[in-house]
Design a protein. Structure first.
Length: 342
């Protein structure tokens, strides 16, 4: 990996940007209209969001500009680093903070731009992986390893071509086509979804215990989103259900039926508090997915849900965030809008 250290002479504080309530969407507010106007990002404009659940800081990606951080729920934004980070994070989950909470790493998987990029300090120092990892829909890294030696990535528009690295991104090799999103548990164990194709109309889940040399079926579920980790359990929104595994993907338990799940779960104040994006809006559970609220409607200005719709949640301030590539970032501060609480 090549190390790029960026010294910032001038902080990229863009001033206070007042949130604007979205017309006909009580409670939802725009947070990025002025930022996008000033920065003039590339194709896709706003293309990713993630929240630090320890303090509520919000990170967004602006196409061909880079990563921006807000510590006041979208009122002010600062770009991380002076160098532009080319490309965009199209697919939900491609902008990642350490889910184990053991580091300050920020991982970015981009299409039409830079290779997979890591900031070890969520700041102005970046490490770019081998150029073979550019133009990827998503990546999975071994968060349990400080060096993140085992990495899986899916090439964009390539028939589900899966790449693997065993040296922390210094090199990648092709595993094969027909794959989807994945999760890495340790330097040998990972799970990956099969892609639905004409020759594979009923895809399932696969598991490797030899770092990607071979895969074995481990579940009859179809997954289109990245799985999510919390407190020793991997949760996966699959077609028609929420499933979970506590034994590194060897077995799976169906937690509940879940209609039209798109992305998540995003965790709230504890491991039992879950939020999932569905076609009908955001559903919420306080009992680890056993029961769900009615969908919380998304802002009408968002124009519905598609595969590039992202959702996040700030459990410190009880704020929901939603966006899709090309839209504004919308927030719902529920402490100020008690009528929107489930």
């Amino acid at each position: 990996m090549r190390l790029v250290v960026v010294t910032v002479a001038v902080a990229f504080g863009l001033g206070s940007v007042a949130s604007q309530t979205v017309k006909n969407d009580p409670g939802w507010q725009q947070t990025t209209a002025e930022l996008i106007r000033k920065e003039n990002p590339g194709y896709g404009k706003l293309c990713g969001v993630v929240v630090d659940h320890k303090n509520g800081d919000v990170f967004i990606d602006l196409s061909d500009k880079g990563i921006y951080r807000s510590s006041d729920r979208g009122k002010n934004w600062r770009r991380l680093g002076e160098q532009l980070l080319k490309g965009r994070t199209e697919w939900p989950g491609c902008l990642m903070l350490d889910p184990l909470g053991k580091s300050e790493k920020l991982v970015v998987a981009l299409v039409y731009g830079a290779p997979i990029t890591v900031s070890p300090d969520r700041s102005d120092t970046w490490k770019m992986m081998d150029p073979k990892s550019n133009h990827v829909d998503w990546c999975a890294v071994d968060w349990s390893d400080p060096d993140m030696k085992f990495i899986l990535a899916l090439k964009h528009e390539s028939g589900g071509l899966l790449l693997a690295s065993h040296d922390g991104g210094k090199s990648f090799k092709e595993i094969g086509k027909g794959y989807g999103p994945a999760w890495i548990f340790d330097n040998q164990t990972a799970v990956v979804a099969e892609a639905r194709t004409k020759t594979k109309p009923k895809p399932g889940l696969l598991r490797t215990t030899d770092a990607g040399k071979s895969f074995q079926p481990c579940g009859d579920y179809h997954a289109m989103a990245l799985p999510r980790w919390r407190d020793g359990t991997l949760y996966w929104v699959v077609e028609g259900a929420l499933i979970a595994s506590t034994d590194k993907g060897k077995t799976w338990e169906k937690r509940s039926d879940l209609k039209d799940g798109r992305f998540g779960p995003i965790f709230g104040k504890d491991a039992r508090h879950l939020l999932v994006l569905t076609n009908a809006g955001i559903v919420e559970s306080q009992d680890a997915g056993q029961t769900w609220t009615r969908p919380i409607p998304l802002p009408k200005a968002l124009g519905g849900v598609n595969p590039l719709t992202w959702m996040e949640y700030d459990p410190i301030h009880d704020v929901m965030y939603v966006m899709k590539m090309g839209s504004e970032l919308y927030k719902l501060e529920r402490k100020r809008s008690q009528g929107n609480r489930p």
